[in-house]
Ligand binder design. Structure first.
Ligand code: C2E
Ligand code: CA
Ligand code: CA
Length: 704
């Protein structure tokens, strides 16, 4: 044996087979080392030389360990070597060798002790394998599995590992985490080893498993939604992602499940909300009837069908007469009852094919398809009228319901939905003008009347821009002495075609169209010019609309007009109608303050009719209240009215404001007002509005 081992440098085998072992040792990739009992190198084969870079020739007879072992490992290896020789250590041993290049390699050694004839140890033969790579791979694998385990255990999603290849238990649960157990209501040990079918309402894996596996392999991960059967018997929706994982060489399915009950609930709630919103956006909340938007949509559909089929379609506009009075006298609750009841009556009277909609505060619209000729449509509308106008119990009283109806029929009326609705509205307006509580059919003549409005607008614009307006002036006088206190400028317009158009008609048109700014600027300038020409010592009053006052440049415009004609601020008064919403007044209050600083006087017009709260008044820098002429009309007669006017006069006084009463037409009214403490009046009695010429002479006599 020794001779064979030591002759390893000349490894050629001889024909008798001796030397074969040496040849193997010399050529094998297995590391072969032979040491004597002191650890000195007897053999160090070429595989060892290749691994370490050390030469056998240099090592021979030297103690091996300092050459290949790190100091730290040396003592341990040496001790193992001793025990090996004593026969008490395992034959397999693992330690690192350091190569000449400084690399550490892990070697798995298998050692054999060769005894000497005296019963001692002659040699120790070690055969070794470099297992560095494998060990690293194993370690990486172990680490990755540990990481997977940690993620698996801690994931908030339910995770389950399934074995799809178990021949006995289809899709056997190999492992699952706490979240998965919790989600399904089981303890972990109750699930392990069971088929995933435990969580399905019907077993399916035996049948569907192969397809499923195929799908998962293709998708990687395969996502889907499904349901699980909870331990308590309930079924809940889940969302899952399944993928293939290979653990310890075994193909498994990793299922990642999430309970989506909450999401489903939210989605359901959102869906219902969307439906509700869609319904609400198309229906009137009070009566539940379709609103104008939905009516238009339906009308469009109906017309698209009826026009090609040459059928007549009628639109009936239904308006309750005097609804405002019901609200004011019986209260809003009664008003709502009336509207709901009207809705019910119309719906009951109409066929299912009809559409009944609420199109305004006190207005309803009914679409009647296939209405026959206009006469037939009118008859149908009258039938609706009778139903709607049945007396009704409101607040315990039998209340007579009155309604005006307008009918438009296509053909001959418009086949455009919006136009047809407008035509029915016009016919209803005509029914109201004719005294109400009746039904009218639309006619072209009504359309022409509506065109009149447009006409007015066009002509007014021209008048404002090309100088067709003029002013009348009405004096304000001392109630006791008749002395002149001022003039109010009132706009006048006489159109060549339309004749004299009263301010009550033209001012709203001007306000709606924005013409009011140009109109107001012209009035302001003209009134200032006239006051300057008259060298008026009392102020001239100009009416101002809310829209004008809230414009940025209003103060600047007033200042410019005053400057242009050399007037002081105190020579101008602005009358703000009480129609001003409190919101407008607040927005305008900065302007009002600046105007007051210029000395301009501010009067609140038409006081006592509107609903301007006294608190709003007190916040404004006013000089004057002008009591509306509606109050004046009755002041000579009724004691109650007198008390109201008296109270308003003292309110003004207590706020330190001038009070002017307008619309004074009779001596009795004047006397009554004097008695109530009124000091200034305006009206036909003391002077009708008139053109400047009328006043020029009077002013001259006053001056003289
Ligand atoms: P208002 O400011 O209340 O003007 C007083 C209205 O009462 C004037 O009507 C006047 O002619 C009328 N009146 C005067 N004394 C009597 C009387 O004793 N009995 C009766 N029944 N009426 C009397 P008018 O001129 O038709 O003006 C109507 C309204 O148009 C004015 O009401 C005012 O609000 C507005 N308005 C007039 N001119 C202008 C203007 O230049 N600008 C603006 N924004 N509005 C103006
Ligand atoms: Ca006025
Ligand atoms: Ca007035």
């Amino acid at each position: 044996m020794l001779s064979r081992l030591t002759s390893a440098l000349s490894p050629a085998p001889r024909p008798d087979g001796t030397g074969l072992a040496d040849a193997i040792v010399a050529t094998t990739d297995v590391l072969v080392v032979v040491l004597d009992p002191l650890g000195r190198v007897v053999q160090f084969n070429p595989a060892c030389e290749r691994l370490t870079g050390l030469q056998y020739a240099a090592l021979r007879g030297q103690v091996l360990w300092p050459f290949v072992l790190d100091a730290a490992e040396r003592a341990g290896v040496q001790a193992a070597f001793e025990r090996l020789m004593a026969g008490t250590a395992p034959r397999r041993h693992e330690h690192h060798w350091r190569t000449l290049a400084g690399e550490r390699r892990l070697i798995l050694w298998s050692c054999t002790v060769i005894p000497d004839p005296r019963g001692g140890v002659a040699f120790v033969v070690g055969t070794g394998m470099d297992v560095t790579r494998e060990r690293e791979a194993q370690q990486a694998q172990a680490e990755s599995e540990a990481r997977f385990r940690a993620l698996f255990d801690r994931s908030a999603d339910g995770l389950v590992l399934l074995d799809p290849h178990d021949p006995l238990v289809p899709w056997r649960i190999v492992d699952c985490n706490a979240a998965f157990c919790h989600m399904n209501g089981y303890e972990r040990h109750e699930l392990l080893g069971q088929s995933i079918d435990l969580l399905h309402s019907h077993p399916m894996m035996a049948r569907d498993g192969p397809d499923l596996l195929h799908w998962i392999r293709e998708e990687q991960p395969a996502r889907g939604e499904g349901a699980h059967l909870h331990r308590n018997g309930s079924v809940f929706p889940i969302e899952s992602a399944s993928s293939i994982v290979t653990l310890s060489g075994q193909e498994l399915i990793l299922g990642q499940d999430r309970d989506i009950t909450a999401r489903h609930r939210t989605e359901e709630r959102l869906r219902r909300l969307a439906e509700q919103l869609a319904h609400e956006s198309q229906h009137d909340p009070l009566t539940g009837l379709p609103n104008r938007a939905l009516l238009l949509e339906r009308l469009q559909l109906e017309l698209r069908r009826s026009v090609p089929e040459e059928q007549t379609l009628a639109v009936v506009a239904v308006g309750l007469d005097g609804f405002r009075r019901v609200n004011d006298t019986l209260g809003h609750a009664a008003g709502d009852d009336l509207l709901r009841e009207t809705a019910r009556r119309l719906r009951d009277a109409a066929c299912p094919a009809h559409t009944v909609a609420r199109t305004g505060g006190d207005e309803f619209t009914v679409i009647i398809p296939a209405a026959g000729d206009p006469e037939g449509a009118l008859r149908a509308a009258r039938a609706l009228h009778r139903v709607v106008a049945e007396p009704l119990h409101l607040n315990g009283q039998l209340f007579p319901v009155r309604a005006s109806l307008g009918v438009a029929v296509c053909p001959p009326d418009s086949s455009l939905p919006a136009n047809l609705l407008r035509q029915a509205d016009m016919a209803m307006a005509q029914a109201k003008r004719d005294g109400g509580h009746t039904t009218r059919l639309f006619s072209k003549a009504l359309d022409l009347a509506a065109h009149g409005q447009l006409h007015l607008e066009v002509r007014l614009r021209r008048a404002v821009q090309e100088g067709g307006l003029h002013l009348h002036y009405q004096p304000q006088v001392d109630a006791h002495t008749g002395a002149l206190l001022g003039f109010e400028a009132l706009v006048r317009w006489t159109d060549t075609k339309l004749g004299a158009v009263p301010p009550a008609r033209l001012i709203p048109v001007a306000e709606d169209t924005g013409l009011i700014h140009e109109l107001g600027a012209w009035v302001l300038n003209e009134a200032c010019r006239q006051a300057a020409e008259w060298r008026l010592r009392v102020p001239v009053a100009v009416n101002v609309s809310a829209a004008e006052l809230i414009r940025e440049d209003f103060t600047a415009r007033v200042r410019a007009a005053l400057a242009r004609h050399g007037l002081r601020g105190t020579q101008l008064k602005l009358e703000l109608t009480e129609r001003f919403a409190p919101r407008d007044l607040r927005r305008a209050s900065a302007h009002l303050t600046q105007l007051r600083a210029l000395g301009v006087q501010l009067s609140l017009d038409d006081f006592g009719t509107g609903h301007a709260p006294v608190a709003t008044l007190m916040g404004l820098p006013l000089n004057e209240l002008k009591l509306d002429r509606a109050l004046t009309a009755a002041v000579a007669g009724s004691a109650a009215e007198q008390r109201v006017v008296g109270a308003l006069i003292s309110l003004g006084r207590s706020l330190n404001l001038n009070v002017v009463v307008e619309g004074v037409e009779t001596q009795e009214q004047l006397q009554a007002l004097r008695d109530l403490g009124c000091s200034a009046v305006q009206g036909y009695l003391t002077g009708r509005p008139g053109p400047p010429e009328v006043w020029t002479t009077l002013l001259e006599t006053l001056d003289a």
